[in-house]
Design a protein around this ligand. Structure first.
Ligand code: HEC
Length: 563
C-alpha cells in the first residue's frame, strides 16, 4: 500500500512566455500570453496526503474507492491544480484543461500520452484564463477549448508550439457562472452548443427579483448555438438554442438520436425567502437532467423542480416552462456526462448515461449511471458506479468533473479536489460490474405537510404504507412527485400513502380504467412495473421484493391505508 501525494501549491513548471498575439486570428491580446513547451511533469516536492492506493487497477495505482464488483479506479496522472475538461485525440492521447483556480490566466492545457505502459503528462499551453470545456472536433480533428470569454482551437501536433485561433468571441465572462462548457452537434460538426451560465444565483439584482429576468436580454442563463460558417471556420454569430437554464456544465449529445441532454446546476439558498424550505443536505431544489428542445424555456429563475414557483417569483406561471426529464439529488452538481458507447463495460452500461456529480455535500461526489431510452432520454433512477470519497483521512473528499469514454471503453474522469485524472476500468474476470443501488440519502421534507406525512408514514404497517416506503418513495417520486404536469398525469407524492393509493384506484382522465383493480394481478400498474404491454416503469423495473409488496396489496383487496 502506498500513499499518492500531490503538491499543496500550484507546482506548475516555470515556462518561457511567448507573446501569441500575432498568431491569434481575429482577436488581439485576449490570451495575454501563451506558451507551449514540452515540459515533463515536475515532481511534487512537498505534499499533502491525498489518495490512499492499494494494489493496481489495470496497471495503474488503484484508488481505494467503492465500486461494483470487477470495476476499479486507477490514477492516470496527478499534480493538476483544478483539472476540468477531458478529450481524447484520434491517436488515443488525452487532452486535459486545468482551470488552475479562479484567478485570471492561471489555467493550462495538458496532453497525456501512454508510452511503454506508463502515462506521462506534458503541458501544451499555459496562462490561459480558466479553461473548462475541451473537445476534439470530429471534422477538423482540432482541439477546442472554452474559456470565460471565448472558445479557441489549435492543432495539438503543431510544432514548436500550437497557434491559437479564436473561434467564438464575446461570451459573457463575469458573474457567478463564468465557465464555458460546449459540445458539437452530432450531425453537423460545424455547430456547437455553448453554456452561457447565469450571472446570479436566482436573477437577483439590487436585491430585487424582476420578471422577466434581466439576464434574458443578455442572452445568459441559456445555451447558445454557434455555427462555424464564417471565413476560416469561425463562428461570428449565434442564436439562442434554449433559455431558463442556470448553468449548463454537463452537456451530452446522443450518438444516434442527436438528442442534446443538459445537466442543470439549480439555485442555492432557497430558504432565504422561504424559511420553511430547509437548505441542508439533499434538499431543494433538485438538480435536473433536461432534454433540450430548440426554443425551449426551462424555468430558471422563476420555477424549479417539476414546475414549482420559486419563493422569489411566487406568481410565476410555471406551466409555460418545460419540466426536467429527471430530477437529481439537490446540490449534486452534475458537471460532466457521456453516453457510454465503449466496448469494455458489461451490457448494463451500453448506451446508458455516465454522469459525474461534483457536489461536496453528501449527495454529490460520485460517478453514476442514469438509465436512458433508445433516444438517450432518462428513464430511471441513477445507480452508483464510483463512490466512497467520504472525507476521511483514508478516503479524502473527491470531486469528479468531466467524464470521457476512451476508445478502449475505459471511463476517464477529472477530479479537481485531489488534482487527478482517473481511469475507471472493468475486468470481467473479477465481477459482473453491476452498478450499485444508491445509498439512501436522508432528505429533509419540502414542506411542513410533507414532514408530517413522512413522520406518520414511518410508523405505519399497512400494506400500502409499505409499498409507499419501499417502492414509491424510492423509485417513483423523483419523476411523479411534483406538478404541474406530472408525467403521464400521474401524481405520486412523497410519503402520501393515502393520497397515492386513492389516485391508483381512481378512474383516470377520459374515464380510462383505474391503474389498480383490487384482486387483479394484471392491473395496469403491475403490467407497467413488469414492462408487459407497456413501457416499463421505471426503466429497469423495481426489485422483486418491491413487486411482491405491490402484489400483496392488490391481492389483499387494495385497502386504503389508515390516515
Ligand atoms: C424517470 C422518470 C420516471 C420514473 C422514475 C417513474 N416514472 Fe412513471 N412515468 C414517467 C413518464 C415520463 C410517464 C409518461 C409516459 C408513459 O406513459 O410512458 C410515466 C407514466 C406512468 C404511468 C402511466 C400513467 C397513465 O395513467 O398513463 C404509470 C402507471 C407510472 N408512470 C407509474 C410509475 C411508478 C409506479 C413508478 C415507480 C415505481 C414510476 N412510474 C417511476 C416517468 C417516470
Amino acid at each position: 500500500m502506498s500513499s499518492i501525494r500531490r503538491g499543496s501549491g500550484a507546482a506548475l513548471p516555470s515556462l518561457m512566455l511567448f507573446a501569441l498575439v500575432p498568431a491569434v486570428v481575429g482577436a488581439v491580446g485576449v490570451h495575454q500570453g501563451c506558451s507551449s513547451a514540452d515540459t515533463e511533469e515536475a515532481a511534487d516536492p512537498e505534499a499533502e496526503v491525498a489518495y490512499t492506493t492499494d494494489g493496481l487497477c489495470d496497471n495503474l495505482p488503484k484508488v481505494d474507492l467503492e465500486t461494483p464488483p470487477g470495476v476499479c479506479v486507477g490514477i492516470v496522472a496527478k499534480g493538476f491544480v483544478f483539472p476540468r475538461g477531458l478529450a481524447e485525440l484520434p491517436g488515443g492521447d488525452v487532452m486535459v484543461a486545468d482551470m488552475g483556480g479562479w484567478a485570471t490566466n492561471k489555467g493550462s492545457v495538458w496532453r497525456i500520452k501512454k508510452e511503454g505502459g506508463a502515462y506521462t503528462r506534458t503541458q501544451v499551453l499555459s496562462l490561459i484564463d480558466k479553461p473548462s470545456g475541451i473537445q476534439v472536433n470530429p471534422k477538423d480533428k482540432l482541439v477546442y477549448v472554452g474559456t470565460p470569454k471565448d472558445i479557441f482551437r489549435f492543432d495539438p501536433d503543431q510544432a514548436p508550439r500550437p497557434r491559437l485561433t479564436l473561434v467564438v468571441k464575446g461570451l459573457p465572462p463575469d458573474g457567478r457562472h463564468p465557465l464555458k462548457q460546449f459540445v458539437f452537434d452530432g450531425r453537423d460538426p460545424d455547430v456547437m452548443y455553448v453554456n452561457a451560465g447565469s450571472a446570479t444565483d436566482v436573477c437577483e439584482k439590487d436585491r430585487l427579483f424582476r420578471s422577466p429576468c434581466y439576464e434574458e436580454a443578455l442572452d445568459r442563463s441559456g445555451i447558445r448555438r454557434y455555427a462555424m460558417t464564417g471565413a476560416d471556420r469561425l463562428a461570428p454569430t449565434y442564436t439562442m438554442l434554449a433559455r431558463g437554464l442556470r448553468n449548463s456544465m454537463a452537456l451530452a449529445v446522443h450518438p444516434v438520436s442527436n438528442v442534446l441532454l443538459q445537466g442543470e446546476n439549480s439555485r442555492d439558498s432557497i430558504n432565504k425567502y422561504a424559511p420553511e424550505l430547509t437548505d441542508v443536505e439533499g434538499d431543494l431544489p433538485h438538480e435536473e437532467l433536461n432534454v433540450i428542445d430548440p426554443d425551449g424555456h426551462y424555468g430558471f429563475p422563476y420555477c424549479y423542480d417539476n414546475g414549482v414557483a420559486s419563493p422569489e417569483y411566487r406568481t410565476a406561471d410555471c406551466s409555460r416552462f418545460r419540466n426536467p426529464a429527471l430530477l437529481l439529488p439537490g446540490h449534486a452538481a452534475p458537471l460532466g456526462m457521456k453516453y457510454y458507447t465503449g466496448p469494455l463495460f458489461p451490457a448494463d452500461y451500453k448506451g446508458q448515461l455516465v454522469l459525474a456529480y461534483h457536489g461536496y455535500r453528501a449527495n454529490g461526489h460520485r460517478l453514476v449511471m442514469v438509465p436512458v431510452d433508445v433516444r438517450g432520454v432518462p428513464s430511471g433512477e441513477p445507480l452508483d458506479i464510483v463512490r466512497g470519497w467520504d472525507k476521511t483521512a483514508r478516503h479524502p473528499l473527491g470531486a469528479p468533473v468531466d467524464v470521457m469514454v476512451a476508445k478502449d471503453g475505459s471511463i476517464w474522469m477529472t477530479e479537481d479536489k485531489n488534482g487527478t485524472v482517473l481511469r475507471v476500468f472493468f475486468d470481467r474476470l473479477r465481477g459482473n460490474g453491476k452498478p450499485m443501488a444508491p445509498r439512501a440519502v436522508v432528505r429533509p421534507a419540502a414542506s411542513p405537510e410533507e414532514a408530517a406525512r413522512c413522520a406518520a408514514l414511518a410508523r405505519k404497517t399497512a400494506l400500502f404504507s409499505i409499498v409507499q416506503r419501499d417502492v414509491i418513495d424510492a423509485s417513483c417520486v423523483s419523476c411523479h412527485g411534483a406538478g404541474p404536469g406530472y408525467p403521464g398525469s400521474l401524481a405520486l407524492l412523497r410519503c402520501d400513502d393515502v393520497g397515492n393509493a386513492k389516485r391508483l384506484l381512481a378512474r383516470r382522465r377520459g374515464n380510462a380504467p383505474p391503474l389498480v383493480v383490487p384482486g387483479n394481478d394484471a392491473s395496469e400498474l403491475v403490467l407497467r412495473l413488469k414492462g408487459q404491454g407497456y413501457p416499463q416503469m421505471p426503466a429497469g423495473g423495481i426489485s422483486p421484493e418491491g413487486e411482491g409488496e405491490v402484489l400483496a396489496w392488490i391481492r389483499g383487496g387494495a385497502p386504503l391505508p389508515p390516515p
